[in-house]
Design a protein around this ligand. Sequence first.
Ligand code: NAD
Length: 270
Amino acid sequence: MENQKTRDRGRFVDRVVVITGAASGIGRACAIRLAGEGADIVGVDLSSEGLATLVSEVAAIGGRCEAVAGSVADLGVIDAAISLAVETFGGLDGLVNNAGIGGPMKRLDAVESDEFDAIVAVNLKSVWYGMKAAYAPMRARGGGAVVNVSSMAGIRPNRNHSPYGMTKAGVISLTQYAAMDFASAGIRVNCLCPGPVETPIFQQMERNLDVAAYQVARQRVQQRTVMNRFGTPEEQAAAVAFLLSDEAAFVTGIAMPVDGGWSVSDGLAR
Ligand SMILES: NC(=O)c1ccc[n+]([C@@H]2O[C@H](COP(=O)([O-])OP(=O)(O)OC[C@H]3O[C@@H](n4cnc5c(N)ncnc54)[C@H](O)[C@@H]3O)[C@@H](O)[C@H]2O)c1
């Protein structure tokens, strides 16, 4: 009952939002946050199991969530998600291009051609697919808002992680172009640049390490924030909700760090 009241007076009542990578981490937190503020959600992910759990979690707070299982590297999957939003919920107001992979962690010369192509397809081309597919339905609705999930790695490089950082820098650039191209249709386009958040993507990137080495890597990353901690998916979702909401009505084309001070850190232990 309390959840229903919160949903009824939320910032996203009667709004429909498509979220990619919705089965885990930041995407899942965005789905729950936005549904909690009234939005109807369409979640896209590779994991149909994770999506089924999300659908139940959203239902438990009185919300509605439809699921599309498939890869964001496939334009057909993105088109299906946008069509489902329009057919089931009556339109499209928001898009969170969040799905991503960490890709190889090695020096540039050791990266294989197929590894390079795979990360471009999932982290970068999918963002273009999403915006391409969302433009017409958002325009038909009189406008909308897009949040593309980049990374601090798209602003400042991390050693041995060039394919990932390059795709995330590309997401920032695509966002800037889309902000210009879409403004006349009333569509705002912004980027979120998370600092470290300990989700499966982070754990996967360090998967070759033993427990002790993982703890060292984890601490090193943590110390690069001035707050000396990892962020939470919910903290990222709060920023996404702001950027999607009418409170950000004059905000477009930005890359917003939500990084615990990673951008201003000297990297020294504190
Ligand atoms: N966790 C961090 O420290 C961090 C920092 C900066 C940016 N990011 C970015 O945040 C976004 C979300 O990451 P997260 O930390 O929540 O990771 P996560 O691993 O918890 O979630 C990523 C989700 O994307 C899905 N996914 C992966 N490839 C897909 C594909 N081809 N098609 C559809 N779904 C796919 C996964 O199944 C998973 O559910 C990513 O774009 C990531 O690059 C994360």
